[in-house]
Design a protein around this ligand. Structure first.
Ligand SMILES: Nc1nc2c([nH]c(=O)n2[C@H]2C[C@H](O)[C@@H](COP(=O)(O)OP(=O)(O)OP(=O)(O)O)O2)c(=O)[nH]1
Ligand SMILES: [Mg+2]
Length: 138
């Protein structure tokens, strides 16, 4: 049995200013030579033994994209077995934060509209997240 890697994932959504505007989501691209290389992802990372999910989420989003999480909402838990690695993603919607998201680790970054998410090259585990965002925000 492979060890499960617990991961805190932040779905950063841009505040929507008018009803007919599409919500936008901040994504970064995983580096080459890492697990799920070159795939686009929601920022986040491994939950350490000593911390809660909330602490890991806040730490990872500060380290990777320079924002301070002010509040978050648990969206879903996803268990996915990649064969080489089993991940458990704890996925949170981040709709209240301080700072402007910016990739600090040299990754490519971008804001993507809700309608674009279906065309993004995400890790397989992420497809249920996209489905949930589509049903929630459409
Ligand atoms: N952050 C993030 N990880 C994801 C997503 N989808 C998905 O399958 N994963 C997987 C890929 C990795 O195996 C794992 C996250 O680990 P990571 O490599 O980003 O961890 P980390 O930021 O702590 O990085 P490191 O310090 O170990 O280098 O979860 C996603 O949307 N965001
Ligand atoms: Mg990470």
């Amino acid at each position: 049995m492979l060890k499960v890697v617990n991961v805190a994932v932040g779905v950063i959504v841009q505040a929507i200013s008018s009803a007919n505007e599409e919500p936008m989501f901040f994504l970064t691209q995983r580096h080459e030579h890492v697990h799920q290389a070159n795939k686009w992802e929601f920022p986040g990372g491994k939950i350490e033994q000593s911390e809660t999910v909330g602490q890991a989420l806040a730490r990872e989003l500060k380290e990777e994209v320079a924002i301070d999480v002010l509040s978050c909402e648990h969206l879903m838990t996803i268990n996915h077995d990649y064969g080489d690695k089993h991940v458990c993603l704890e996925v949170y919607l981040i709709d209240n934060y301080e700072g402007k998201p910016k990739a600090l680790e040299g990754q490519k970054e971008g804001w993507f509209a809700l309608s674009e998410l279906a065309t993004i090259d995400f890790p397989k585990a992420n497809y249920p997240i996209v489905e949930q965002l589509e049903s929630r925000f459409q």
